[in-house]
Ligand binder design. Sequence first.
Ligand SMILES: [Zn+2]
Length: 387
Amino acid sequence: MKTILGTLQLSVAHDSLRRRLGSQLRRLRWVLLSWLFASSIIAAELKTRNVFLLTTDGLRWQEVFTGAEESLITKENGGVSNTNDLRAAYWRPTPEERRAALLPFIWGKLANEGQLWGNRNKGSIVRVTNGHNFSYPGYSEFLTGVADARIDSNDRKPNPNVNVFQWLHTRPEFQGRVGAAVSWGVIPWILNADVARFPVWSAFDLPAGANRFALSPPVQTLLDRTTPMWGDVSLDTFTGAAAKEMLAQIKPRALYVAYGETDDWAHEGRYDRYLHAARNFDRFVGELWTLVQSLPDYRDQTTFILATDHGRGPAPIAWKNHGKAISESASLWLGVLGPDTPALGERSNSPEATQGQVAATVAAALGLDFNTTHPKAAKPLPQVLKP
Ligand SMILES: [Zn+2]
């Protein structure tokens, strides 16, 4: 009797132990499976580990999508002395040939493997929403996601809004891995460089307390020996060089490069130099792309986002300017190229987009949601990242 009872108790105990073990094993298996599932979702969702935002000031969508405009390749409208040379460089019979001559990387690579938004002739609309159509409000709108009515000048004032690079830099995985190189001297204020504290290169003063990135001595010497063109915009050559040196030194996971010449040559009424500056912007972007594809930590893991702060007026006169009174200067273009971007190319009849959507798109490309902490920022662009 005792042994039967003992065997029974033992088998009961054995059974409950087996059940307990079984349920623990099932739980463990569930945890393992869900962990594997989650990480495979993350892996399948995004290959992007780094985002570069590259902008050129006030480049019109007209040149991006149709190339050089014939009525501006003149002395009278475009300030062009040598029209033969300019025509040889950029004039072609069709818009497709003209835009490829002006922006060969964008049309040869980005428009094939990524997406280009903003061709109004094909129903793709990208807009400024701040109503001003000039620089500080525009940069602020695409860097912070917010069109802020308080921002109504280009003065060197702190930005009341948090930008996406500043926000990224507060995250441990981005500490020391964010940088900006800018041609226009006001951008460090728009970026809140003093509060953000990531390295910033500008040829001009920075807000007190900002973290200045130093050029290598040979490039700094070249800059010092170059005749300044404008009081607060340096030549894009140096911004391009600063971006490459920043890439080598701080290995940014989030880099902002702001080229500026396109706007200034247009204001001066020099269509030839405006086109050359646009051609060089394309070169800088293409060279940076080739460079990142040569680096193991960046190859096939880097998304480029291209944008501008405002458009400009139409030919033959208003192309030189932009602003509230020139409604056409609210029209923009945008480009995205990277391992997670569906190759939809030149978009037609795309969802209407605003420049404010750039900020949350920078974060989204990295798998992050800018809108959780900044609900007023515009939502990420749809369809530019694989679902
Ligand atoms: Zn301007």
